[in-house]
Design a protein around this ligand. Sequence first.
Ligand code: GLP
Length: 241
Amino acid sequence: MEVIVLPTPLETAALAADIIETLLRTKPDPVLGLATGSTPGPLYEELTRRHKDGGLSFTHARAFMLDEYVGLPKDHPERYAAVIQREVTDRLDIPATAVQGPDGSAEDPIAECARYEQAIIDAGGIDVQIAGIGSNGHIAFNEPGSALTSLTRPKTLNARTRQDNARFFSSLDEVPRHVLTQGLGTIGRSRHLLMLASGEGKAEAVAQALEGPLAAVCPASIVQLHRHATVLLDEAAASGL
Ligand code: GLP
């Protein structure tokens, strides 16, 4: 695990973009793992800038999302599929059909999770997985207590995560209670895990994940187990280390 601390989120985003740019320029069939939340925003903006100004192309790339809410209407703007469309697919030249996420409206969520897990395997696995960290130490939507070897599956959100994500909805009641998420084992299989965190609000979770025990109580601690993990922190997020 390498841990890189830079003064601001713009600088961590630039370094993360360098890693993704190298992958895109060297691999004929790159597979990206996309995360939602506010943390990867500056990275997606930097990739957009490099696409527009530097000719960085995504036409040969495929991408898989980490997670999705269950039960939001197809046209809801906070479905993660809609967020990724706004922040990534609409801005870059990656074909819309090359970006997949677990279907939160599937009639059989368990079968949908198995299908999604297999789709990642069939694509050859994820080359670079982008991930944030929840204030309670979650990664994707793997809440504390998630099995370290878990695969894509339905999960129930805990109160703190629903509270954290309520800012994207008009009320706490509107935040879904259930999600589909790649498991810790799924994320563990990615060839390079890029974990990003910024702001003081993440300092405690980052310290637990990096310096606490490898344990289900802090799902993001799987970063310690990963064969190739790069943790990119701004100074505030690193302040508990
Ligand atoms: C959500 C997402 C996670 C994300 C986390 C942190 O719960 N499912 O993938 O890492 O929020 O979000 P933010 O980056 O907005 O703090």
